[in-house]
Design a protein around this ligand. Sequence first.
Ligand SMILES: Nc1ncnc2c1ncn2[C@@H]1O[C@H](COP(=O)(O)OP(=O)(O)OP(=O)(O)O)[C@@H](O)[C@H]1O
Length: 559
Amino acid sequence: MEKQPRLLSSQLLLRNRVFEVTLNRTLLTWKEIQTKKKRVSGSMHNTFKLGSYCVPVSEIVAVQEAEVDKGTKDEGRWQKMSQKPIEGYPYAFTVSYVERERQHRWRCHDVTFHCSDGSLCQQWVQRIREQLSLLTSRPKHLLVYINPYGGKQQGKLIYEEKVAPLFSQASISTDVIVTEYANHARDHLKMDADLKKYDGVVCVGGDGMFSEIIHGLISRTQADCGVDQNCAEEKLVPCRVRIGIIPAGSTDCICYATVGINDPVTSALHIIVGDSQALDVCSVHHNNTFLRYSVSLLGYGFYGDVLKDSEKKRWMGPARYDVSGVKTFLTHHYYEGTVSFLPATDILGTPRDKTKCRAGCYICQHNGQLLSEDAQFYRMEDNISHSEMGGDWRMIRGKFLAINAASMSCACPRSPKGLSPAAHLADGTTDLILVRKCSRINFLRHLLRHTTKDDQFDLNFVEVHRVRKFRFMPKHCESDLELDLREGGAGGGKKLLRKICRDHPACGCTPINSSWNCDGEVLPHAAIEVGVHCQLIRLFARGIEDQPLFEDFCTPTVI
Ligand SMILES: Nc1ncnc2c1ncn2[C@@H]1O[C@H](COP(=O)(O)OP(=O)(O)OP(=O)(O)O)[C@@H](O)[C@H]1O
């Protein structure tokens, strides 16, 4: 690695020991050059071993001159940082930086260096601030929506106590809107928000709130760019503004999948350091009418039925998902219909390989790049229509217990592996999982495999395809003509019977139909057309980081 030139280097005091502190463009390092003879043994959290430590500049939250022993000023957080004077070192500055803890949790830690000279102290603060100001990906002004009723109704408190102080420490200004009704945030983003003013939009709530934000932001972007959302073939324009999620809901799956934990402070720090994680978005249409966007799970059959039933049991709280899950499992309904899909060919990765989507995912980068090159090529070849752009559609007709499209792994604390463990956040595809009619015991085997090491797709009634688009037509929606053709023109008798059954559902032989669960919302139509829009939005996240093998939780990186 190329050695960076030093911007500043001094001998400073830290916990009564002398350190050589050095700043270059990418790192702040401190190396002990003298140890005290007598060391007081302390707890794990305040023991400093002899050695060198470093913090990437990109993970410094703020730097501030520390007050030395005045203890009089009442300026919130900084009062806590007032330091005992050390003879010969009357000045001090504090660097706040990101420290990694267990299970992808981030915390903001402080280190205070003492200087003998006031101008040297100011020089350090200024130099570090200069370097921070060069980090252009950091947001300066954010629009924050808080759902006061999400989860345990703690959204406002979580924001005020855990997030706002960090934003102000990092000099991020905010406009905060506490929502007053469902879809308040969506409609405000769609019509009223002056998006040019902001570097990002933050939602404080659960997955439902996040869904509102993406609907508002994507619709607004398309409207501003003259793109018709109702046309399923349209190429949507990516959103400029990044989205941050402060988890405060009962389901925080998107946060879990993009950060690795649903923890408000961790998410706030990812926003502050200006992380950026692209995310694919599926558009869902019915008869060339836009229905909804989805980023995680589209599920017909089992997951649609669980959602529909659980909506009736809201009073039970989160336990409703378990109750409805058991009930739906016992009901064991299957649904007939036709699934057609456009497989994603020439890409890296398959739904059954062992690669997991992680921070800096090579598969997402590679496949995203491939798609944008393809799009450029087809734009040049004007006479090729969008629908001709790639590959052959495949069609599967059958009886299904579940049809799921997972655009991300859908891992969450309840199902750490997720519905499709190798699905990617931003590779331009969704994993289409078809679970055919099978016995209850077999279906249970499949479901249980979501929680064990066994491959949930390695069963003869389950198949999985990585696709760019798919359509579903339930049997009860197929036209009489299509059915006649399939049944070899079986004549007017069957047609008449079908009509009677449709018009008089009480006759009991009406085919049962399910609904689509679209990221936790029930869709009003079963016949849908879905297309994946590669990297349409960006989050203040970096994907799940690989955990180091030997974690040192109490100190910055030891070098
Ligand atoms: N002020 C409000 N009053 C009522 N509903 C609201 C308000 N603000 C947002 N909502 C709606 O509340 C729903 C649930 O919000 P959120 O996702 O934040 O919490 P949640 O507890 O995870 O919800 P759920 O368990 O239903 O997914 C969202 O669909 C959102 O549209």
